[in-house]
Design a protein around this ligand. Structure first.
Ligand SMILES: [Zn+2]
Length: 235
């Protein structure tokens, strides 16, 4: 009997022997994560998530729980965790410096350009070059399932996003569909200079797929998908 898959991994990222990563499916918890053989020795870092643009560079395991939405490190043995249910989880890595980041991109963090903060920390603290960064986008709520009000579009317009590329009108007067993936992809490629071919997307919709958690569908605050990335300790 084979065990059911607990998380999704990206083939291209699995090619890095120094790296662990995954986008959790429903049922994966922090406790069950520790039972995975390759993750057992990692120390998870979990934030109190705020829908902000706060990103922390970690030299070591933090002594108290951090409040924010992104983590960056080169420290082996730390498992950077972001929890999602419709929001977009983004994992970043730089092979040259063995630097990694985990970022929680809901609509609020996205218009506040949290990925720009994470990329800046990777450059300044880890020595990463933007052209060498890889980004992996996990499952999130897809555009056709994600209707928002005009106030959301307004925030993106104020922040300088090309709203015609990421919003389209819904059937309901004054409301829009938001493409969270495209907003973050455009930010990474057009504004921050990542190579388009270095962005890998998983096209699962959290709202449509029963093996994923969706806040909009389930209205369950405690149900969160666990997404993680870390640098292995050399043996
Ligand atoms: Zn959907």
């Amino acid at each position: 009997m084979t065990e059911p898959e607990k998380y999704i991994s990206i083939p291209r990222l699995k090619g890095f022997p120094w790296l662990v990563h995954g986008f959790g499916l429903a049922g994966l918890t922090l406790e069950s994560l520790k039972k995975e053989k390759e993750l057992a020795s990692f120390l998870p870092v979990v934030m109190k998530q705020l829908h902000s643009s706060r990103v922390f560079y970690l030299e070591n395991l933090p002594r108290k729980k951090l409040a924010g939405d992104g983590l960056v490190t080169t420290r082996a043995g730390l498992l950077l965790v972001v929890k999602t249910a419709d929001c977009l989880p983004v994992l970043l890595l730089d092979e040259d410096h063995r630097a990694v980041a985990a970022v929680h991109c809901g609509w609020r963090s996205t218009y506040q350009k949290i990925l720009a903060v994470a990329v800046d920390l990777l450059q300044r603290r880890c020595g990463s070059r933007v052209e060498n960064l890889l980004a992996a986008f996990g499952p999130c709520i897809e555009k056709s399932c994600y209707e928002v009000g005009p106030e959301v579009r307004e925030k993106f317009a104020e922040a300088g996003f090309e709203t015609e590329l990421i919003f389209s009108p819904s059937a309901r007067e004054g409301r829009f569909y938001l493409d969270l993936r495209e907003a973050n992809r455009l930010l990474l490629t057009r504004e921050l200079g990542l190579k388009p071919e270095n962005i890998i997307q998983i096209d699962h919709c959290t709202f449509c797929q029963p093996q994923l958690y969706s806040y909009r569908r389930d209205r369950q605050k405690e149900r969160r998908l666990i997404n993680f990335i870390g640098v292995k300790k050399s043996t």
